[in-house]
Write a protein that binds this ligand. Structure first.
Ligand SMILES: Cc1ncc(COP(=O)(O)O)c(C=O)c1O
Length: 398
């Protein structure tokens, strides 16, 4: 381990294994006592102290009455403020609507903006519930494969342009930063996408949930901030759930660029999509207002872990292909050079006792890929890497 990959951070590296095993949430609960989980995109770290305090304060007030939000929840201004402070994007509070999670956000937008059989372009590989959503909603998924180059994962703009034209897509689902490759598109790349969107009059649904987990020197740029044309054709989806480890709060925001879509949204019966819980709003506001110091430590730990993972892959499993992510705590690993005779997730579970995600749910061409969640303590990560190496090193060494 190099000094860069060995520094410990209090509050993140002192995870108690009994506490982890005793958690009721799915990541540690489902796999059982003998398996190390590095699958679903939850982090192992305790939630930020600022969120704990805010939720305690809310409980101490002994008040869980109906919220008084005649003009929407306080999340609307909190989101607009966060976007301005972080990215210089003057998002408009009045254009924000609350949902429980980003899958619901995407489903609602597709419901409002498209009909069954309509074509929707989407990068592949991709976050499995988004691909599953297109399937269950009867939209035609038009895969835009990310290209694995020696410089890292790249979007194929010519393929995007051709596919959108050929399939007459109405919508592009853009996940940036990208899950699972961890790519953060540069301004130049985003402008290429924006030009294609303009040429084909696409609605862009921009999932930016991993934005705050971007590693320097990479920089997240909100798609809607690129130009007035991009602003008017973009629906931005995000929440505090990834960057502050709050999946259970069920609270997300949608920022509507297109006036017509916002009007359609507001014309729906107000209760059709439910109301977010005030506790979710309290937690999100606290994270955005008081969570930055915690998040800085978090990024130190995640950056260290991503370097360590690459170090181990390079040293012990050099035949595996991997580009360190530019954001997120997910590593996307190509096992095709090993030519395994079974899905790699199964091999790693059987021979390494580590539960990973990967394979076909991530879309066409993903069968031989693994996704490792490295948002854990140094000690747990070492055990995950040991399991991974035990399961794959036979075929993966030189
Ligand atoms: C790219 C992406 N979008 C959306 C989500 C959904 O997050 P949530 O359920 O907190 O809305 C995830 C979760 O992993 C994700 O990685």
């Amino acid at each position: 381990m190099t000094s860069e990959t060995s520094r410990l951070v209090a509050g993140f590296d002192d995870l108690d294994r009994d506490w982890l095993r005793g958690r009721g949430s799915v990541k540690w609960h489902r796999p059982g006592p003998d398996v190390l989980p590095a699958w679903v995109a939850d982090m192992d770290f305790p939630i930020p102290p600022a969120v704990v305090t805010a939720l305690h304060d809310a409980a101490d007030r002994r008040d869980l009455g109906y919220p008084d939000w005649p003009h929407g929840s306080p999340l609307r201004t909190a989101f607009a403020r966060r976007m301005t402070e972080r990215y210089g994007w003057a998002a408009t509070a009045e254009r924000v609507r609350e949902q429980t999670d980003l899958i619901q956000c995407l489903q609602l937008i597709l419901h409002l903006a498209t009909s069954e059989g309509d074509a929707v372009a989407i990068q592949t590989p991709n976050y499995p519930p988004f691909l599953a959503t297109l399937e269950t909603m009867g939209r035609r998924a038009v895969p835009i494969p990310m290209k694995d180059t020696d410089e890292g994962w790249r979007m194929d703009f010519a393929a995007l342009d051709a596919a959108v034209r050929h399939a007459a897509c109405k919508v592009l689902v853009l996940v940036n930063p990208h899950n699972p490759t961890g790519r953060v598109l540069t301004r130049q790349e985003l402008e290429e996408v924006a030009a294609i969107a303009r040429r084909h009059d696409l609605l862009v649904v921009s999932d930016e949930i991993h934005a705050e987990l971007t590693y320097a020197p990479h920089q997240h740029i909100p798609f809607a901030s690129l130009s007035s044309d991009a602003a008017q054709r973009t629906v931005t989806l995000t929440s505090a759930t990834k960057a502050f480890n709050l999946a259970a709060i069920r609270c997300a925001v949608t920022h509507y660029g297109p006036d017509r879509l916002l009007a359609l949204r507001d014309a729906q019966p107000p209760d059709l999509y439910g109301t977010v819980s005030p506790l979710g709003v309290v937690a999100t506001e606290a994270a955005w207002r008081d969570g930055d110091a915690w998040q800085r430590d978090l990024l130190t730990v995640l950056d260290r872990n991503r370097r360590r993972l690459s170090e181990v892959l390079r040293a012990l499993m050099p035949r595996l292909r991997h580009h360190p992510p530019e954001a997120t705590y997910l590593a996307w690993i190509d096992t095709r050079p090993l030519d395994l005779d079974e899905p790699p997730t199964e091999r790693v579970l059987k021979a390494g006792n580590v539960l990973l995600d990967g394979g076909t749910p991530f879309g066409p061409g993903a069968d031989a890929f693994l996704r490792v969640n490295f948002a854990t303590s140094q000690a747990v990560l070492e055990d995950i890497l040991t399991g991974l190496t035990r399961a794959l090193a036979d075929g993966a060494g030189q």
